[in-house]
Design a binder for this molecule. Structure first.
Ligand code: ADE
Ligand code: ZN
Length: 326
């Protein structure tokens, strides 16, 4: 079977990964020690054994606790550099990394500390690994739109260090339209726009992400399959879906990988991509997502090629870079 080798070595872009979700238990413990932060787990093994999730919220509680060890610019650099080395090993040529500033600014860490540390890792990735890395600032949707506006204000001095904004955290009960005004402002600022929608939430949230927020990509979007008119819209407008199969498995969005709908999305002509979401928590980086999903669902080499192509088409890389890749 040559499929795993094809999947591992094929050039690809990663469009949906939260940098705080790349924090491995070993690094959480090392940073806790370095910073004198106490965490409610005795060992790496005990922490990892807490990674048994039943839904999105059960994961988010542990994910935000893990991020509490990040204090200095060097911490953010070290976290991002560790991920970027794994991305390079997975033949990722381009990665657009989400970060959640409110998780840090609410603990008294400055926006500058977060952004500068992550940005310095992106610069080094290009020079030392040949990986083209960019940042997307995400607003936490369980917080208010006012807090999102405040976060945007704090980020504006670093406007050139991120390419767009997204919307993440607890989906159900926090529809996209809650953030209509702040996304309109980001649009005026020329930022790229994306949002998590249709992970656990209904197709109606995908519609409002498109029509109210005017996003260019949908993160997850797997629930769109329940709405035939929405599927037509996504295909007609070539709206990329950044699908994360191992995340969906671990958060019980699908009962097993064999029942994942990635193949149906591709066969319906959607610009679906494969991504790792929170690789340290969900059991694998992007290549693991490809190999496990293909093994479970029997997707073809044609599907693999389409996914790689979709990842570059869906990226926000420069027209010049996309010309080379496509
Ligand atoms: N933050 C990190 N991972 C997330 C996910 N899968 N959904 C929503 N918010 C997140
Ligand atoms: Zn996500």
């Amino acid at each position: 079977d040559r499929m795993p080798e094809l999947l591992r070595t094929m050039p690809k872009a990663e469009l949906h990964m939260h940098i705080e979700g790349s924090l491995e238990p070993e690094l959480i413990f090392a940073l806790a020690q370095r910073n004198g932060v106490s965490i409610p787990y005795a060992s790496v093994e005990e922490l990892r054994s807490a990674y048994a999730f039943t839904n999105l919220q059960s994961f988010l509680d542990i994910y935000y606790a893990g991020a509490s060890v990040l204090l200095t610019e060097q911490d953010f650099y070290d976290m991002a550099w560790a991920y970027l080395q794994r991305a390079a090993a997975d033949h990722v040529l381009r990665t657009e990394m989400f970060f959640d500033p409110q998780t840090h600014t609410e603990r008294g860490v400055s926006m500058q500390t977060v952004v500068q540390g992550l940005h310095r890792a992106c610069v080094d990735a290009k020079a030392q690994l040949g990986v083209d890395a960019a940042l997307i600032l995400c607003f936490l949707r369980h917080l208010s739109e006012e807090s999102a506006f405040e976060t945007l204000e704090q980020a504006l001095p670093f406007r050139d260090l991120f390419i767009g904004v997204g919307l993440d955290s607890s989906e159900v009960g926090h529809p996209p339209e809650k953030f209509a005004r702040v996304f309109a402002r980001c649009r005026e600022l020329g930022l790229h726009l994306v949002a998590h929608a249709g992970e656990e939430g209904p197709p109606a949230y995908v519609w409002s992400a498109l029509d109210v927020l005017k996003v260019e990509r949908i993160d997850h979007g797997v629930q769109s399959i329940k709405d035939a008119a929405l599927m037509k819209r996504l295909a007609a407008d070539r709206i990329p879906l950044t699908v994360c199969p191992l995340s969906n498995l671990k958060l019980c969005v699908f009962p097993d990988l064999a029942q994942h709908n990635l193949g149906q999305l591709l066969d319906a002509g959607l610009v679906a991509t494969v991504n790792s979401d929170d690789p340290a928590y969900f059991g694998g980086y992007v290549n693991e997502n490809f190999t496990q999903t293909f093994a479970a669902t029997g997707l073809s080499a044609q599907h693999a090629w389409q996914l790689a192509r979709n990842s570059f088409e869906g990226s926000f890389a420069s027209a010049d870079a996309r010309r080379v890749w496509l």
